[in-house]
Every structure is written in C-alpha cells, then in structure tokens.
Ligand binder design. Sequence first.
Ligand code: ADP
Length: 620
Amino acid sequence: MAEEKLNFQAEVSKLLNIVIHSLYSNKEIFLRELISNASDACDKLRYIALTQPDILEKNTEFRIILEPDKTSRILSVSDNGIGMNRDDLIDNLGTIAKSGTEAFLNQLTGEAKKDMGLIGQFGIGFYSAFMVSEKVEVITRKAGEDHGWRWISDGNGEFTIDKEDIPIERGTKILLHLRKDNDEFLDGYRLRTIVKSYSDHITLPVMLIEDDKNEQINSASALWTRPKSEITDEQYKEFYHHIAHAVDEPWSILHYKAEGAIEYTSLLFIPNQKPFDIFHPDRKQHIKFYVKRVFITDDCSELLPSYLRFIRGIVDSQDLPLNVSREMLQHNQMLAKIRTGLIKRVLSELKKKSEDDENNYQIFWKNFGAVLKEGIYEDFERRNEILELSRFVTTASDEPISLNTYLSRMKDGQEAIYTISGDEIESIKKSPQLEGFVAKGIEVLLLTDPIDEFWPGAISSYQEKQFRSVTYCATDLSKIKSNENVDEVKVSEGDMTSLINIFKLILTDHVKDVRSSNRLIDSPVCLVAEDGDVGLHLERILRQHTQTADKKRALRILEINPSHPLIRRLADSATSDDAINKLTDSAWLLFDQARIIEGEVLSDPMSFANRLSKILEKIS
Ligand code: ADP
C-alpha cells in the first residue's frame, strides 16, 4: 500500500497550532504523557492476555524504554503494549474523541500562558510531543496482527501513514525528532530526573538505554501498595496528575486499606478544580479498577454513584479473580460492598473536612456541591447525610450556609425551610414572592442548580422541617414572628372582595384563583402555584426543553397586595356600576406584568402593548 496523506481533524490542528507555538516552560511533561500512554497500552494488553495468553507471543515482560540518540538527536519512547493498526492510528492520533472538545477550544483566548493552563487541564496527551519535536514518528504493531505501521507528522495540518515492510516488535515506538534547543531531553541525567519526579509510580519498569547500558530508572511499585508513611505529598500529587490527567493540587487524598470480610486498597482524590466536563450527560465516574495490582478497567459504573463522579483515583481488590470479565463486574456482590465502603469513606471525609475548616470546605462546595446534591435525590439511604453536607446561598447570606445554621436562625412560629428557585441568584433575589419574607427577616434558600428543581419535592423534610417553596400559595406569614428590630409589616387592608371577584371574572380561564396576599410588600401582584401543581421555575425549564404547548401550562394563582396604593385605588373603583369595563385593562396589565416577572413569554404581546399605550395616553 502506498503512503497515505491525511488531514488532522480541525480541532486537533487548532490544538497543535497552540502547542507548537507556545512558550510553555514546563515542556518536560510531554514525557509524562507518553509514558502514561505507554503504561496504559501495556495495561490494556495485559488485561486481554488474561483470557487470551497466546496474544503475548512470548513477549511477556511489559516495560517502557527510553532511548536518546545524540547523533541523530532523536529520543525514542517505546512500549510492548497493545499497539495500533491503521484505523487506530487515524482514530487516536488524528482526532480528539473527548467530549466537550469544541466547547473547550472555544474558551481559548489566544493568550499563550492562559491557554496552556487550560490545555493542561484538558490534557493533550500524545500531542504534547510536538512541544519539543519538529517531527514525530510512530512505529507500531498491534497485538495479534502481522503488519506494522508508521505514522509521521510535523504537526502542521497533516500526517502520513505507511505500512512497514519489515517485521517489527509488538507495541509502539515513538521517535521524537527534537527541535533545536531541546537537547536536554537527550541527556540521561535529565531524563532520570523527569521520570523520578513525574513517573516514578508507573507500575512497569521504565528503562533508560544509554551508551549500551540498560538501567531501570523508576521504582515500579504500585504507589498505593506502599504504606502511607513512606509516600511523600509530592508523590501523591504526581500520581494524582497521572491518573486524573490533572494539573491542580488534590483538595483531599484518601488512602486506605480495607481488611476483613473484603480486602481492597483505595487511593482516592478530590480535585481542587472543577473538571470541564463534570456536567456531561454521561455522568461517568473516573475510578480505575485493579485486581491484585493488574489494571482491569476504568469504566466500572458499579464502583461509585454518579453524584461522586468528581472523585479520581484507583481501587485495587484482593478478592476478585484476575480473569474477571467486565460483564462479571456488573451486579457483583463484592463490588457492591466496595462501593458502600467507598461512599462511606468519602462522605465521612467530607464531614470531617467541613467540621475542621468551613472556609476550605467552601472551596469544595463551590466546585462540586451541585454534583453532590444529586445524591439527595438519588441516594435515599444517605439523603440526610448529604443534606447535612450541603450548603446554600440564602436571602441573608451570600456565602453558602448549612441547613443546621439555617435551622438555628429560624423565627418563632416558622414551621418550614423556605426555598425559591431560579436561574440566577441575583434575579431570584428580586422575586416579588420574597418581599414579605425579607421584610420579616425570614431566611429563604436561593436554589439555582438544575438538580434543585427535583430534590425539594422528592424529600419531605430535614430535621422534621418541611421544605416549602415561597412560590406556592399555602404560606401564611402572619403566624411567623419578625425579628424584634424589624418592624412588623403593617397591612392596612381595605375590602378586597369586590376587586377580587371582578379580577376573577376578567381573567377567567387564565388564572386558577385571585387572592389577597400577605407576602407582598412593594409589588402590587405576583403569581404563585397551587400546592401539587408543577412549580413556576420547573415549568419554565421544562418548557425550554420540550417546548410544551402553551395550553398545557398549569394555571396560576394571582395574588394581590392589599396594602399597595394601586390595588387600593382599584378596589375603590370596583364597586361602581361599570367596574368590569373600567378594570379590564388594569387586570390584564397586572396579570401580564406578573407573568413577565416570572420570565414568561406573553401569549398576546400585542394586546399588552395596546393596553399599556392606552394608559400612557391617559396620563400624558
Ligand atoms: P488519552 O491518552 O487521553 O486518550 P492521547 O492523545 O494521549 O489521549 O492518546 C490518544 C489515544 O491514542 C489513546 O487513548 C490510545 O488509544 C492511543 N495511544 C496513544 N499512545 C499509545 C501507545 N503508546 N500505545 C497504544 N495506543 C496509544
């Protein structure tokens, strides 16, 4: 077959362009990335060989070799792992399969330093080779196949693929034709230092071949099997960077060995930064699963629930058989027990951290609170534990507070934990439904995460206090006492009966009811939902997603503020003979205004505009 010339996927070209032209100071990380890939390639083949031992063709000792050649100025990195065939090369080294790539690339600013920071978080893996190389060659043969392939590129838009004529070893050899000024990566001492600091924990031997001497330069013992006391913070950090493809410091490290009925070791990390794809719909968790130090899979959804998907790390089981298949891992009793153990550890670590240092806990909460809260809805058994760990911004506190703090600040006579939900804190703070609460000093939780629409309805209470949305009707504020230093709101109610009846007539079929309210202070009207109906904000979300037809909307209750001057004036004219005629425009304008405040799109904006003009005409 003749040499094929192919183009990189546009996203890859964009990324490579940044990588090649960046003046990144930490260039040596390319070696960590290539060694990491080589180690993964060996892990993959070792796993396959558990059930197909012949595939190893007597080449059974997995290792990674670094070979600098000062004459040709080439550094090679080779492994005897799974290797790649033509299709693999095109798929793996020509495209980026990662979810969220496009969104990520759109964030790049063109400012080299900032962009490299972001790229570090995203993880460029193999492509980092171009930071130090003017040309990269990949010579590879896939396990179980006869022919090898050679992939070549200078990183500028294209690569070539050619079939190898001569037999080559199984696995992958990457030849880096180093750029000028990168001779440091041909120096054995420098390579040793890099491997020691970034890749010491790689479980395979990393060999350095220099001047015909062949020497192992990492310790090649699985980090998690060593006692905690022998592991430095630096080593934990590097291991975290390796398995999580991360660049931050871990926020928390949980390393422990479970002994007894089931035996396993786990080394888990809670990141300090939010991964860019944490809200990807697949909600996949990120734990690498090993059996007796042999890597089995990094795709085992049984190990942790989705609401802990921010955790990175490994779990190594002593009990499962080595030849465990991925199918066997589903509905496995042993894994279910490990899962229970892991959840318990993570939640109790979070509890401890929150008790030790609330400020530090807030860092975690801002990154992952919205994810952890999914557990309130999904994990019935641990609901209370997660509620206790949850933090909320409220009408009285911009810093998120715990529910226990909320309870301690409840007013005499207050029976419920009040909530309001919406898209943005700043806009929900202005909701008319909150006015009475704020005036009386009653704190309300401001909920803005998507999951917040679901859990308050699904759980009845916390510490025997029910969650109640202030946008529902059954809230009687008169029973709750104000702060001593806050003036009791004086509601001088005129007779609202006639006005209410007339509004009901005018708005028949458009509202469920019209009522006088004690939750309004400055606004003349607001909409609330009847208990049992879908909430105002949830309905808006559902509408955005499913474009629910207008007629399917739940009818709302229009509440009017009996102490508002406008409402009182309207009430005065409600007893006259042609009250209906006189009040029609006002009723509709007030109703439409309440709908606009709720973020609704008016079904008849033209009538709204006409009525408004009519009234403006009268006053001008
Ligand atoms: P990542 O490792 O994050 O998937 P990379 O860009 O580093 O991203 O690598 C892309 C893919 O190329 C890998 O997922 C793997 O399938 C393949 N690959 C890279 N290096 C090797 C190697 N040494 N042996 C076999 N496959 C490899």
